[in-house]
Design a protein around this ligand. Structure first.
Ligand SMILES: [Ca+2]
Ligand SMILES: [Ca+2]
Ligand SMILES: [Ca+2]
Length: 342
């Protein structure tokens, strides 16, 4: 009898993992700067439907936030870490919803028979980008954060999807098949100047901004199977981060301090250092499309881990932040935004 339960548990875990993978890789939410908070993801440990979960950055404290019989997927934290946009089919079709970070106040934002998916907040919280097929093919839209005034930003006959809003609000990265294979594009937040960043015959997709907007992580199969890469925001300096054998990683999501990247592999959430080393598995009952909560400096610097630069200015960072990483962070807009702390 005991053995039967073990077999059933293993089978249930396998089914959950397969179901997570069947939804496909996605999750291009931006990484907004701040302290590292919790990691949101979606999972189906009971094998019946997907719900949104959060956990601490070390995998502890896994907590379910939604409890609806329909699938709830693709969570995206707001830049101030207070809200989560997500996708739910609870209205009979996939629409964008929003809730408080603790799961309260679940509110529907879109109501369209086409599939609306992959929400991504603007840094000031006033807008949410998403993808939808409502105009006949996948397009990236932006709407007010209350769901009003959705506008088609991409307007291209190919499939455009997976928006990720840069931390200064000026750019939206996305991926598109308009050049015959998937490429990571960037455009201005009003949809102008749509530019191919990857220009590679392979499948390039799933863009996620580094918290200061200087770099973009993405997934490409240019070396034979899907792996996580990083490039500068103009497409230069492509660097491969993962070497997987055999299961490929998907949906990279930078930590708000820029030192870690969460992703999913084989239907479970992992985290690694930003250079690809130190990969650690965080979940064991399924998980997909992690997004890392930014925590703002609401409590003042005294209660936060912080360091000082050579001119004596303080900013939030892990106490163990290496000098090399400090140089990168102080060169970016992320640092400029936080000078007031010092
Ligand atoms: Ca559900
Ligand atoms: Ca399109
Ligand atoms: Ca490509």
């Amino acid at each position: 009898m005991k053995m039967s339960w073990v077999v059933l548990m293993v089978l249930a875990a396998l089914v959950a993992g397969v179901a997570v993978l069947a939804l496909g890789p996605s999750g291009a939410e931006s990484a907004f700067p701040g302290r590292n908070g919790r990691i949101a993801f979606y999972s189906n440990p009971g094998g019946d439907n997907f719900d949104i979960y959060v956990m601490n950055a070390d995998g502890s404290g896994q907590t379910r936030l939604t409890d609806d019989p329909a699938d709830d997927t693709r969570p995206a934290w707001s830049a101030d870490g207070s809200k989560i946009a997500f996708v739910s089919a609870r209205g009979g079709q996939k629409d964008i919803y929003v809730m408080n970070g603790g799961g309260g106040g679940q509110t529907r934002l879109t109501n369209n028979p086409a599939e609306d998916s992959d929400p991504a907040w603007s840094a000031d919280g006033s807008k949410i980008a998403f993808e939808s097929g409502r105009d006949g093919n996948g397009e990236v839209y932006a709407m007010n954060a209350d769901g009003t005034n959705p506008a088609n930003l991409t307007n291209n006959a190919a499939d455009d999807r997976l928006p990720a809003w840069s931390q200064d609000g000026s750019k939206i990265a996305f991926d598109s098949g308009r050049d015959g294979n998937r490429e990571v594009y960037v455009m201005n937040a009003d949809g102008s100047s749509q530019t191919n960043l990857t220009n590679d015959p392979a499948t390039d997709r799933l863009p996620n901004w580094f918290p200061d907007g200087s770099k973009i992580a993405f997934v490409s199969d240019r070396d034979g199977q899907d792996e996580i890469y990083v490039m500068n925001a103009n497409g230069s300096g492509v660097t491969r981060l993962t070497y997987s054998n055999p299961a490929p990683p998907f949906a990279p999501a930078w930590s708000p301090d820029g030192l870690k990247i969460a992703f999913h592999r084989d239907g479970e959430i992992y985290v690694m250092n930003a250079d690809g080393t130190g990969q650690i598995k965080l979940t064991s009952t399924g998980g997909a499309e992690p997004d890392w909560q930014p925590l703002s400096a609401v409590g003042g610097i005294a209660e936060l881990p912080h360091i000082s630069d050579s001119s004596g200015r303080n900013f939030i960072a892990p106490a163990a932040l290496a000098a090399a990483a400090l140089a990168v962070l102080t060169a970016g807009a992320w640092y400029t935004r936080r000078r007031w702390l010092g």
